[in-house]
Design a protein around this ligand. Structure first.
Ligand code: ATP
Ligand code: MN
Length: 400
């Protein structure tokens, strides 16, 4: 029903508003995304779960907009007409507007723009299981749980699921908590942390490194706007200092050479110890990538470097000594993947579900995982990860 005193029911979602409705009455409901006041008329952009609708308000209806704030809830009735805006081929000419719930405070962050970079790059948000039947990456730092008559594990990452999903969805991202039994007590490890993960078909390591850079620089740009607007109280100068035009990329080999030159004794092929990373962090302050790690240091799913198979097509994003992201290209050939699982001393029978997916036509793909809590440490300039998490979990702490 349209019109009358029905205050809350919509006739159409945003996605249903199209040319076939020109001349018809509709009633839409949602959040005020934007108020574009151009004098005699005002364009209100209304967002619902399915998208955006442009509405046009003129004449006596303009009165109703006096105290309207962004993100208030409105219900609007009107007639569909063709529009001139480049983003909307139709719009709603408003006959009746009701402000149902007025937003008093501007939101500290814009939920409509959640991960706008990833969405504009056509990534689809997914949610993968956190209770799993087998280790996703191997390794000893898994928590096990009693699961009815059997044993299950808490997911340490979405790695295998996100790789499987690109087969259907091409590009996916997930923001979710993961669990690792990190026995050593450090200022950068928690047993439960949040990771931002992406995985994408037909991209190589360099492509997803570019994306990581884009995401990070966009986050910093948004943060600068929020700091300037007063909704986030952080030191503006220190945030501006983090925001460089691009993020330098150094190969693992280059880092080993630099470190040895500085008196550290790093054997080419071995991992960079904590003290080596701290030294490197003094040399390269701020964000930088370390690329082309030795293959043997990386998990089984990482692809070798095509020009030097001793190395891998992989990278870490560092902030000083702190690792924020690990990523790289993955194997897409099931035989090679099986071989690598065996080489790393893992039992391939535990990966049969995963390996089967590879037989359905797996495209080349790459991705990364970003530790969100660690990024928060950097943005807020704190040294201990426990300070950026409401209820940190570590070897000593399970309450509150
Ligand atoms: P580290 O060497 O620092 O222990 P990792 O190489 O084991 O990290 P990855 O498996 O590469 O970690 O996970 C991807 C990202 O997730 C890391 O770069 C980091 O930002 C974050 N991360 C991993 N483990 C933890 C943890 N226990 N607590 C907080 N963040 C973590
Ligand atoms: Mn890592």
């Amino acid at each position: 029903m349209i019109g009358g005193d029905d205050r809350i029911h919509r006739s159409h979602y945003a996605y249903q508003i199209d040319k076939s409705l020109v001349g018809k009455m509709v009633r839409i409901a949602g959040w005020v995304e934007e108020i574009r006041d151009i004098g005699k008329l005002v364009f209100l952009l209304i967002r619902d779960v399915s998208g955006l609708v442009q509405t046009v308000i003129t004449g006596k209806h303009l009165q109703a907009l006096k105290d309207l704030t962004r993100h208030s809830i409105v219900v609007i009735s009107g007639t569909i007409q063709t529009g001139k805006a480049k983003d909307f081929d139709v719009e709603v000419k408003v006959d009746q507007i009701e402000i149902i719930s007025r937003a008093i405070q501007p939101l500290p962050l814009d939920p409509a723009n959640r991960m706008s970079v990833l969405q504009s790059e056509r990534f689809i948000e997914v949610l993968t299981p956190k209770i799993i039947g087998a280790a996703s990456e191997g390794g000893a730092n898994l928590f096990s749980v009693n699961y009815f008559d059997t044993k299950a594990f808490l997911a340490q990452s979405p790695q295998l699921y996100k790789e499987q999903l690109i087969l259907a969805m091409d590009r996916v991202f997930e923001i979710a908590p993961y669990f690792r039994a990190e026995k050593s007590h450090t200022v950068r490890h928690l047993s439960e942390f949040v990771s931002v993960d992406i995985e994408a078909a037909f991209l190589d390591s360099k492509d997803v490194m570019d994306l990581a850079e884009k995401v990070l620089l966009t986050v910093l740009d948004h943060l600068i706007v929020s700091v300037e607007g007063g909704s986030v109280s952080l030191n503006k100068e220190s945030i501006l200092e983090l925001r460089r035009p691009r993020i330098e990329r150094y190969s693992y080999k280059h880092c080993v050479d630099i470190l040895n030159h500085e008196g550290e004794q790093i054997v080419y092929g071995e991992d960079l110890s904590d003290s080596a990373l701290r030294k490197l962090g003094e040399i390269y302050k701020g964000f930088y990538f370390i690329t082309d790690w030795p293959l043997k240091l990386k998990p089984f799913y990482i692809h070798e470097n095509e020009s030097d198979p001793f190395l891998s097509e992989s990278f870490d994003l560092q902030f000083g000594y702190l690792e924020l992201i690990s990523g790289g290209r993955r194997h897409h050939d099931s035989c090679k993947l099986r071989r690598r699982i065996i080489d790393q001393g893992l039992d391939p029978s535990r990966f049969e579900d995963h390996l089967r997916v590879y037989e359905w036509g797996m495209p080349p793909h790459s991705g990364w995982g970003l530790g969100l809590d660690r990024l928060m440490m950097v943005l807020t300039n704190v040294q201990n990860i426990r300070e950026v998490v409401l209820y940190p979990r570590d070897t000593q702490r399970l309450h509150p």
